[in-house]
Design a protein around this ligand. Structure first.
Ligand SMILES: [Zn+2]
Length: 203
């Protein structure tokens, strides 16, 4: 993997695009004053090598426990790792985040718990106009069917509405950078389909 695989969003933010073979999530790279902040580590070996080649101390925020997001955890040399309690069960290392954290590293970072039907204990990372959300806006599978948990979706929409970022970065999405309004409008459309007598919204 070379530098050209890093796609620049602005002066401080870049990302490495997700791949399907090997299945590896988008990797967010934020250049702080003291640290390089990495949102999700992916599972692609060449991405791990690429990250290790960057000569700056690295902190990672892991969105959730799925292997395509944290597979490289043992391969990338890291200073600090931030993750949700459920992700900690799989990673067995790092700092558990159960409330909003605000960090100033030359740029301002906001790490926040994000209620998600896709994976319990998801985290997001907001900096300036951009918020990395991982897979948190996706559905989950139950009894072989795609669904959202309606109360979790309601909480998720509330958290997302409170963010000041204008753009949401959605892992595995071809567009990756999407407008906040558009993503929230889609989730609200799904929420409208709920049956008050049921816990799940079947898609
Ligand atoms: Zn996932």
């Amino acid at each position: 993997m070379k530098n050209e695989h890093m796609i620049r969003i602005n002066e401080h933010i870049s990302y490495i695009k997700a791949s399907e073979n090997p299945l590896s999530a988008d990797i967010g790279i934020i250049e702080g004053e003291k640290f390089l902040w990495i949102f999700d580590l992916g599972a692609d070996e060449s991405a791990a090598e690429f990250l290790n080649g960057i000569k700056k101390r690295k902190n990672a925020v892991i969105s959730h426990f799925h292997p395509d997001h944290m597979g490289n955890l043992e391969h990338v040399k890291l200073n600090e790792v931030y993750l949700g309690a459920n992700t900690f069960k799989y990673a067995k290392l790092g700092n558990v985040v159960d409330e909003d954290i605000f960090i100033d590293d030359g740029i301002k970072l906001h790490i926040f718990p994000l209620p998600s039907s896709h994976a319990k204990g998801s985290l997001g990372l907001e900096t300036g106009d951009y918020a990395f959300l991982g897979d948190a806006t996706y559905a989950t599978m139950k009894q072989g069917r795609v669904c959202y948990n309606s109360s979790v979706l309601k909480e998720e929409i509330a958290v997302l509405e409170n963010l000041s970022a204008k753009y949401f970065l959605i892992s595995h999405d071809e567009r990756f950078i999407r407008s906040k309004e558009e993503v929230i409008a889609e989730l609200k459309e799904i929420y409208k389909k709920r049956d008050p007598k049921e816990s799940f919204i079947w898609i």
